[in-house]
Write a protein that binds this ligand. Structure first.
Ligand code: ADP
Ligand code: MG
Length: 348
């Protein structure tokens, strides 16, 4: 497994479609790093530039110590798993998995041996003689994963590999991919637009917006300390509350909501209007100190209660684990923040 490095990489399609704009990125060897962002933000283009299926217009790309910027795909030690499994329909599972190996100078016996090990890794032992059409979607995608794995690439790339699977299978296959990646210590770059999937599988997430990187961090860092409204909103759910920073003292800010005062890390944001991002689970309904709100809606969803709260300055979404004594719609409550509650963000 090798690290991947992007140095000031841009990709322009045709004359003026700027798909990737001056990206700098270090992907550590043996980590699973996810590119996450809305459709059209440049994820697939970034991935294809690692594979050599697109060439960078500007900048340098390194895999390990090698500058691969202008190297054709066939000369890069990288394999890719696509959303459409792209299996050969007339070939057996074993033949599909063996296909790439047969070009890599392995003997027939060795190819077969490796392909069988690959199938075992993805939980498809005994399926070697079947045709792809005799497998479920999830099993077909596992074959595609095995086919990429057996090449033992320096970097393994996944482009929205779960999109064609139903919700239950998506969870299963993503856990399998993560387990194999960890077991074998693979460098994986994984593209998705699904934030929950990204949070679940990643060592690190690269959030992209408009061809550029919005923020890089571990799932926890992004969840607990988003840099702006876009990231706060894209990763998990967030209430974005208008507030006023009354005072900044060192790295502590005092914010004011109505008569309520609260201390928060200032994160370099000056006195004046600002935004607070608060996760739904970190609003404390019925706190001693806080701001006034009314319960506008209460929904029981089995594992928790979901509430819509109306305050003077806007409405917000809260969840509570206590499902046995729900709060009544219409009641007045005081709402405070749990520890690690809100994060200050710039106003805009
Ligand atoms: P994502 O995978 O995040 O949805 P893409 O990397 O596919 O984003 O696309 C980024 C931008 O580049 C989009 O505006 C898209 O329309 C454009 N684009 C992608 N591929 C091509 C291409 N082959 N020719 C021209 N424009 C393209
Ligand atoms: Mg894409």
């Amino acid at each position: 497994a090798a690290p991947v490095s992007f140095q000031n990489v841009s990709k322009i399609y045709g004359r003026d479609v700027l798909a990737v704009d001056n990206v700098n990125l270090e992907i550590e060897a043996g980590k699973l790093v996810t590119l996450l962002g809305p459709s059209g933000c440049g994820k697939t283009t970034t991935l294809r530039m690692i594979a050599g299926l697109e060439m960078a217009t500007k900048g340098r790309i390194l895999i390990g110590d090698a500058d691969v910027t202008t190297l054709p795909a066939t000369d890069r030690d990288v394999s890719m798993v696509f959303q459409s499994y792209a299996l050969f329909p007339h070939m057996s599972v074993l033949e599909n998995v063996s296909y790439g190996l047969s070009f890599s100078g392995f003997s027939k016996a060795e190819t077969r041996e490796r392909a069988l090990v690959g199938l075992d890794l993805v939980g498809l032992k005994g399926f070697d003689a079947r045709l792809p059409s005799e497998l479920s979607g999830g099993q077909q995608q596992r074959v595609a994963v095995a086919r990429a794995l057996v090449l033992e690439p320096q970097v393994l790339l996944f482009d929205e590999p779960l999109s064609n699977l139903d919700a239950k299978l998506r969870r299963q296959v993503r856990e399998d991919i993560r387990a194999i990646q960890k077991d074998l210590g693979l460098t994986v770059v994984y593209v998705t637009h699904d934030q929950e999937e990204a949070l679940a599988v990643s060592d690190e997430i690269v959030v992209m917006r408009n061809a550029a990187i919005a923020q890089i961090g571990t799932p926890r860092q992004l969840y607990d300390a988003p840099v702006d409204r876009f990231v706060a909103d894209f990763i998990g759910e967030a209430n974005l509350l208008p507030c006023t920073i009354e005072k900044v003292d060192g790295d502590q800010a005092t914010i004011a909501i109505e008569t309520y005062r609260y201390q928060l890390p200032s994160r370099g944001i000056p006195v004046g209007p600002a935004t607070m991002a608060v996760r739904p689970s970190r609003l404390v309904i019925g706190a001693k100190d806080g701001f006034k709100a009314k319960i506008a809606k209460a929904t029981y969803v089995g594992v928790r209660m979901e509430y819509t709260l109306e305050a003077e300055f806007g409405s917000m979404f809260a969840v509570q684990d206590d499902v046995d004594s729900p709060l009544n719609v219409g009641s007045d409550v005081t709402v405070g923040f749990a520890e690690k509650g809100p994060v200050l963000l710039p106003e805009g």
